[in-house]
Structures are given as C-alpha cells and as structure tokens.
Design a protein around this ligand. Structure first.
Ligand code: SF4
Ligand code: FES
Length: 371
C-alpha cells in the first residue's frame, strides 16, 4: 500500500470545545495545559454559536462541551442552545459540583443530549482528596440524580491512578447505583499536570492487569445494563492508542480563546502555528492550517511506523507523547513495543510505580494562568 496524506480531508466527526480553563477542582492528572488561559481571553457566546454552525456545516455530528469546568460559564445554557440549534449532538463533560437545579433545568431545556460526569474516587474520602475539593462527592451524586431525573443518558468517567486503582470494582458498583448507562474506566494519560505528577500516579503493572480482568468480568455480568469502556495506561500497552483518532482526522479541539487544535496537548509541540477561530472559519482551518496537516495521514511517518501494518490503525500513536518522552514529535510513540525507546519507558513506569506517592502537585487555576 502506498503511504499518502489525503489532499482533501474527510470532515471531523466531532468538535471538543474547552469553554474555559477555570475549574474548582485540583485533580493532579488534569489534562489541560500547565499554562492556562485567562477568563478575559475566552470566546463569547455568539462566537461559540458561530463555531457550532460552522462545525455542523463542515460535517461534524457532535460537540463535547468541556473545560476546565464548562458550567463555570454563566452562559452555558445559551451555549448548549447554540449547539443544539446547529443540529449537533451535545455532550456536557462536567465535574458536577457547581450546578443548581435551576441552572441545570435551563441547560436541559436548551437541548442538552448527554452528560458525562467525572468521579475521582468511589468513596467520599478518596474522591474528595483526589478532586482536592471538600464535598465534591455529595455534589457529584446529587448531579447524577439530576441527570437521570431529567431522563438524559449519563456516563460516569472514572480517572484511574495509583491512588484509586483498588476501587475499580467499586466504581462499577457506583455507576450501576447511579443509573449510568456507560462507565469509562480511564487510566491516567501522562500529559500536562499528569506528566508532572507521574511518579505519584503511576500504578504497578500487576494491579493494572488485575483491574483489566475485573472489568472483563463485569462486562459479561452487566451486559445490556452498563457499557464499560476501558483505557489502559499507555506505558504498559503493547501498541499505542490512535490518539485523537489520528492527527487532523476525526476531531478538532478549540481552546477557550479560540485556538483550533488537533488534540488537547498540541500546543506542547514547538514550531506549529495554530490558527484562531476568531479569524478563520473552521472549514479553512481543518483544510488549510499547516499545523493540522503536519501529522495528518502517513507521509510524515518514520520507521518503524512507515512500513508497519498498523500505521492506519493507530496512526503512530500520540505525537505529544513522542515529543515529551523521546524529544521528537514525528517519532514512533514509545508506548509501542516496536519503538526503540519502549523498554526504557516501561522500566521508568515500573520504577515510578514504586516511588513515593505523597509528593503530589495539585492543579491550581490561580497559580498557572498565562500572563
Ligand atoms: Fe503503530 Fe507505529 Fe507501532 Fe506500527 S510501529 S504499531 S504504526 S506506533
Ligand atoms: Fe497530542 Fe496525543 S495528545 S497527539
């Protein structure tokens, strides 16, 4: 098969909009950049509404309303309305700690289709410690009830690290108890804050393997009742994940200030210029921005990806992880066992899984806002 980059890319399936970087929680695995954008730089309601119309015209089917914490925006109901009126399937990704019944009703009335609620632990003490927020547990449970009472489908997102890996079974029970239709057991991916805290978050391989077996058993037991997705830690995988579904292939992220990105960590790659939705249409960015073309398709690949039979399955893995761990964004993701660096990162993971877990650096909005 001849390697090629498509001259005219197929449309993205979805758009993930980071409405704000503000967030009341302090999760140590936060995937937002370590330098956060200021509230004054955030796009206004009308601009977001225009972006949703452009996304639908481009061919996108759904929008994920994310952050930070998207409900920190006072205009969240209007933003949902704009997305729904554009014809997009709307998914709110939230910590669930900041919404009153009244604001939630306005969001539902505006046309929300689905809610995805994060839990940091499967009991109060673990949850509130990892969320770095007292009373998060009770608030999240109350929000889950608001979602199901409104008749909306609920997904529980459980981000797993060493501090809560022993609770995978309890997360499954929690999702059933709360009436969720889907549970994502998502092992931490090491970018941003999570990379800074890797030594404190990395779980031991044996316990990861036990959690995978536990999920497999629960999938069978709960078939037809609860769908369970699982993302395993990259460092223990044989093959990498097709990050973002392949660079510039499935999705567009838009930052709070309007920078269009092929993935949430793309700005960590030097030398790429990301166009802003304030100045260009989404269609123009998707088609013409050199940053979107940089790793689109397979032409950019080096060996071993270039001649690998999986190159159009995982698209070489994650560019941002290759840069962070190997120093070259075009290198094979070292999560892949074919990477010459794989053994080194697996050894790092094993060593860090034994490291002191007490030295956690909590995400802090105040300390890390861009000047
Ligand atoms: Fe994927 Fe590249 Fe590894 Fe092949 S060599 S499995 S394309 S990351
Ligand atoms: Fe950027 Fe994976 S996070 S390509």
């Amino acid at each position: 098969m001849t390697a090629h980059a498509p001259p005219s890319p197929a449309p993205p399936i979805g758009v993930l909009v980071e409405l704000t970087h503000r967030c009341p929680l302090g999760c140590p695995y936060c995937s937002n950049p370590v330098s956060l954008e200021r509230p004054a730089a955030e796009l206004g309601t009308q601009t977001w509404t225009r972006i949703f119309t452009e996304a639908a015209a481009l061919g996108a089917l759904h929008v994920h309303l994310s952050g930070g914490e998207p409900t920190a925006r006072r205009d969240i109901a209007e933003i949902v309305r704009g997305a729904a009126q554009a014809g997009l399937y709307t998914n709110l990704i939230t910590s669930g700690v900041g919404l009153s019944e009244k604001r939630w009703s306005a969001i539902v009335e505006a046309g929300l289709d689905h809610a995805q609620l994060s839990f940091q632990g499967a009991d109060q003490a673990t949850n509130d410690r990892l969320a770095h927020y007292d009373s998060a547990w009770e608030r999240k449970r109350a929000f889950a009830a608001m979602v199901t009472n409104a008749g909306l489908p609920l997904t529980i997102n459980a981000v797993i690290s060493r501090g809560n890996l022993h609770q995978v079974g309890a997360f499954i029970d929690l999702a059933v108890e709360l009436g969720a239709r889907r549970l994502e057991v998502a092992h931490t991916q090491y970018y941003g804050w999570a990379l800074a805290n890797r030594a404190a978050l990395m779980p031991p391989r044996k316990e990861v393997e036990e959690s995978i077996a536990l999920v497999e058993g629960a999938r069978t037991r709960l078939k037809g009742r609860l769908v369970i997705d699982m993302v395993i830690p990259d460092y223990y995988a044989r093959y990498p994940k097709p990050c973002a579904g392949g660079w510039g292939r499935m999705a567009i992220n838009v930052s709070p200030s309007g920078k269009a990105l092929p993935c949430h960590a793309a700005e960590s790659i030097p030398g790429l210029e990301f166009w802003n939705v304030r100045e260009r249409s989404l269609a123009e960015i998707w088609r013409d921005n050199p940053a979107f073309q940089a790793f689109r398709g397979t032409d950019w690949m080096q060996e071993p990806c270039r001649s690998c039979e999986r190159r159009e399955i995982d698209w070489g893995g994650c560019r941002c992880q290759a840069l962070a761990l190997v120093g070259a964004a075009a290198a094979t993701d070292p999560a892949c066992h074919k990477s010459p660096h794989h053994a080194r990162i697996a050894a790092t993971a094993a060593a860090e899984a034994e490291a002191d877990a007490s030295a956690i650096r909590w995400r802090s909005y105040k300390d890390k806002v861009e000047a």
